[in-house]
Design a protein around this ligand. Structure first.
Ligand SMILES: NC(=O)c1ccc[n+]([C@@H]2O[C@H](COP(=O)([O-])OP(=O)(O)OC[C@H]3O[C@@H](n4cnc5c(N)ncnc54)[C@H](OP(=O)(O)O)[C@@H]3O)[C@@H](O)[C@H]2O)c1
Length: 344
């Protein structure tokens, strides 16, 4: 077996270069995955086009992957060769993690960052989840974020309502499904053409984010509910202000954003009393959230059909050569679609 990767050879190099890569070896607590599908996240484009993070060149990126285990480390007993898994890979830019990045044919992954997938879930479907799910779960369940009870199969009803702004985004769709799994009543915003899809993945209340006066509609419709706060998956100052306004009016004074740090959020016009925080998509693996969501809920919820691949995969090509095109496809704009490349 030999390995190949899609390399970013130097800052802003375009396109990615397909070339040989080291064959990874499974260390303690690791498995080697033969990669069958990868998905694109905004950060993949941003590292290449904007140099948002310092990375060591040549660099292998990629966070979302799904494939088959071909080797297990000496101390691994929860997984075996042949298991079909999804993985949150570590395309974080350091030499140390080069073997853990997704944009290659084989990569190593820590066992706490992989989840088994049932036979009825294709690799392309499984690849839509990892970073979106990790980010949403970190935002909803950690003690320093929304601190909600964890999702379970079957869900334990909570009779409380929460708003997901940007429900048709990758992070937002994962948030809706995690919240439904945790027993909450979910309100979601999306484009008008995606409102039915939001209901299909469990949102009880849906709102067209482009409709004039949408904030007042949300406040009116959710006014009688036990409202606990907002999770915003959209990085726009105006949207963040609007979410703060809604949280404040509905008395669920907690606002969690995917990106901006609390100081920026406050300066950006959060109403007094709205507690704000941001989230980083990998922190769930440092606390109790990762083991329940990755180690338990994803498989059981996929297996019984309550967790659906969402946004659905938009397969734009095959092979590592298609990853650059896929980044461009994401950049051109997606609407409730997760851009995916199949690797064989
Ligand atoms: N902190 C972290 O660790 C972390 C991790 C992952 C992502 N992120 C960030 O989270 C954000 C979302 O990423 P993603 O991959 O989920 O995005 P995405 O799937 O590419 O988002 C596309 C969706 O955004 C929706 N949208 C755009 N503007 C909107 C608005 N004003 N109101 C409501 N929805 C709107 C569109 O909805 P319609 O087509 O329905 O109109 C579209 O479906 C990005 O800023 C990303 O950088 C952060």
């Amino acid at each position: 077996m030999s390995n190949k990767a899609a390399w970013l050879m130097s800052p802003k190099a375009h396109p990615l270069t397909i070339g040989d890569a080291s064959m990874p070896v499974a260390g303690q607590g690791e498995v080697i995955i033969r990669n069958h599908a990868i998905a694109i996240n905004p950060v993949n484009w941003a590292i290449q086009a904007l140099e948002v993070f310092p990375v060591s060149y040549p660099f292998i990126g990629g966070n979302d992957a799904a494939g088959e285990i071909v080797e297990v480390g000496p101390d691994v007993d929860a997984f075996k060769v042949g298991d079909r898994v999804l993985a949150l890979a570590e395309g974080d830019g350091s030499r140390e993690h080069e073997a853990n990045a997704a944009f290659q044919l084989f990569f190593s992954a820590k066992v706490n960052r992989i989840a088994k997938i049932p036979n009825h879930t294709s690799y392309a479907e499984a690849a839509v989840f990892p970073l979106g799910m990790a980010t949403a779960a970190s935002a909803l369940f950690q003690k320093d974020t929304h601190a909600l009870p964890l999702p379970q199969v079957p869900p334990v009803p909570q009779t409380k309502t929460i708003l997901v702004w940007g429900g048709s985004s990758s992070v937002g769709a994962c948030a809706i499904q995690l919240l439904v799994g945790a027993g909450f009543e979910v309100a979601a915003t999306a484009g008008a053409h995606n409102l039915e899809a939001m209901k299909d993945i469990g949102a009880k209340y849906v709102f067209d984010h482009k409709k004039q006066g949408v904030a007042e509609d949300i406040i009116n419709d959710l006014g009688g509910t036990d409202f606990i706060g907002v999770f915003c998956a959209i990085l726009e100052a105006e949207i963040i202000r609007l979410c703060g306004y809604i949280a404040n009016k509905l008395g669920g004074n907690k606002f969690v954003s995917t990106v901006l740090p609390p100081t920026v959020l406050r300066q950006d016009g959060m109403p007094a009393g709205v507690e704000t925080c941001n989230v980083w998509g990998t922190t769930l693996f440092e606390n109790e959230v990762g083991p329940q969501v990755w180690g338990n809920w994803i498989y059981t919820a996929l297996a019984n059909g309550s967790l659906k691949p969402a946004p659905p995969p938009l397969v734009v090509g095959k092979g590592l050569e298609s990853i650059q095109k896929a980044c461009g496809r994401w950049r051109a704009g997606v609407s409730y679609q997760k851009v995916v490349v199949e690797l064989d």
